[in-house]
Design a protein around this ligand. Structure first.
Ligand code: GTP
Length: 409
């Protein structure tokens, strides 16, 4: 297990590995120490036990040894030692010759226990056999180490069990930590990404359980609120600017560039749908005289009044614009054809019959010459249509002027 996290390791991996490592180290260390202490205590206990058995055996086989009854001594050894944790027993006589000996059938099957017993220093225990205080022999017992094996097996099983449990708890803990640490961070990253990619600044990071992360989220949310506010303000300023850029300052109508933009859009749409559109070109008649006689302010007021009347003559979807000076234009879209456009032009002329009353009490008579062009008959694009309408207006103006001149004569 590496201590240095992999470069691309996720927070989840790092936390999970740290928990598992911690659990494994803690349990292994505690387990090994406990096993060592256990083995030391167990060794003392087993030595005591062996000593007690050796003394008891020395007392039991005393008579058989004195009367040199080997069979009886063998039976006694079998009776006393069967089922005990003893591998071998030897009884020596006064001449230190082996009088009788006994081996466990268990230990004959394998010497692992005895090896382990030797490994932890379980030496053979001996006890003197005496009669009336006089030594007549001795008994030597060898442990089979079964107690050690049992203890080690149980200890290892408990250790493995504890490792499993603490691994499981470590994983659960890492999952909880992940929920508390990684989730808020992931949400923060998700919201930041959404703001960067889609400019969706209405998103907010939910409150985290950990105080520091909650604070981070709150700061982030406050930053988003500020950004959102500024963004909204900018958007509003932009739309005001856009509106201003598309309006004529005097009349409040659309200006030339906005009119041309809308006309291009309408032409594109009409080309796709097969619908018709009409452009009306209007120019005030003898407007210079108005300025000259009544002043520039009166001219402005007349232009505003003409603009309002034009606007009142068309539908909501149509567009009235002041192109500049005393020129106006109207986009009728959709329109049935030339007749419909002419009908609107006539309505406009009717609307101009009423004089405009100035603040000074002076009455000014508005008068406009109108020329029209219909798509697709009179032109396929903006320039062609505007030209056609301009020419038509010019013709109308000429006719008006000559009629006026005739009237004067
Ligand atoms: N009051 C006012 N006058 C303007 C404005 N813009 C242009 N004019 C004036 O409008 C007049 C336009 O005159 P023309 O269109 O050339 O001629 P006209 O007197 O209308 O004569 P015809 O078009 O031939 O009938 C000019 O005298 C300009 O100075 C404006 O915003 N306000």
């Amino acid at each position: 297990m590496s201590f240095v996290p992999h470069r691309n390791a996720s927070l989840h991996d790092v936390i999970r590995r740290a928990h598992l490592r911690m659990a494994a180290w803690a349990i292994s260390l505690a387990g090994v120490l406990l096993l060592l202490v256990g083995v030391v205590v167990l060794r003392l206990y087993l030595l005591n036990n062996l000593q007690l058995m050796a003394r008891s055996l020395a007392y039991t086989v005393e008579a058989a040894l004195v009367f040199e009854d080997r069979d009886e001594a063998g039976k006694l050894l079998e009776q006393l030692l069967r089922g005990e944790d003893v591998a071998r027993a030897q009884v020596f006589d006064a001449r230190n010759q082996v009088f009788v000996q006994w081996s466990s059938r268990k230990s004959a099957r394998g010497g692992v226990g005895e090896m382990l017993a030797a490994g932890i220093g379980l030496r053979p225990e001996e006890a003197e056999v005496s009669q009336d205080g006089k030594p007549v022999g001795r008994v030597v017992l060898y442990s089979d180490g079964a107690g050690v094996v049992r203890f080690l097996c149980a200890g290892l099983a408990v250790l493995v069990f504890c490792l499993g449990i603490s691994g499981y708890l470590g994983l659960r803990q890492s999952r909880r930590m992940l929920r508390d640490i990684a989730e808020p961070l992931e949400q923060l990253a998700r919201v930041a990404r959404a703001v960067r990619r889609d400019r969706s600044m209405e998103q907010r990071v939910p409150a985290a359980r950990i105080a520091e992360l909650r604070e981070l989220g709150d700061d982030f949310n406050a930053l988003l609120s500020e950004l959102q506010m500024r963004h909204e303000k900018l958007r509003q300023q932009n739309s005001v600017l856009e509106l201003k850029a598309s309006r004529d300052g005097l009349t409040g109508l659309a200006n030339r560039s906005h009119f041309e933009k809308r006309l291009r859009q309408a032409l594109g749409d009409a080309a796709e749908t097969g619908r018709k559109l009409a452009v009306l070109f209007l120019d005030n008649d003898r407007f210079k005289q108005v300025n000259d006689v009544h002043g520039h302010a009166a001219g402005d007021a007349l232009l505003r009044a003409v603009g309002e009347r034009l606007h009142a003559m068309v539908r909501e979807a149509d567009l009235v614009a002041r192109l500049g000076g005393d020129e106006f234009a109207i986009l009728l879209y959709p329109v049935g054809g030339v007749a419909d456009a002419q009908f609107v032009a006539d309505k406009i002329q009717d609307a101009m019959r009423e004089p405009v009353l100035m603040g000074s009490g002076v009455q000014l008579q508005p008068s406009v010459s109108v020329g029209l062009a219909v798509y697709p008959q009179h032109g396929q694009d903006l320039e062609a249509l505007m030209n056609h309408a301009d020419q038509a207006m010019y013709q109308a103006k000429l006719a008006r002027h000559s009629a006026n001149d005739r009237d004067k004569e």
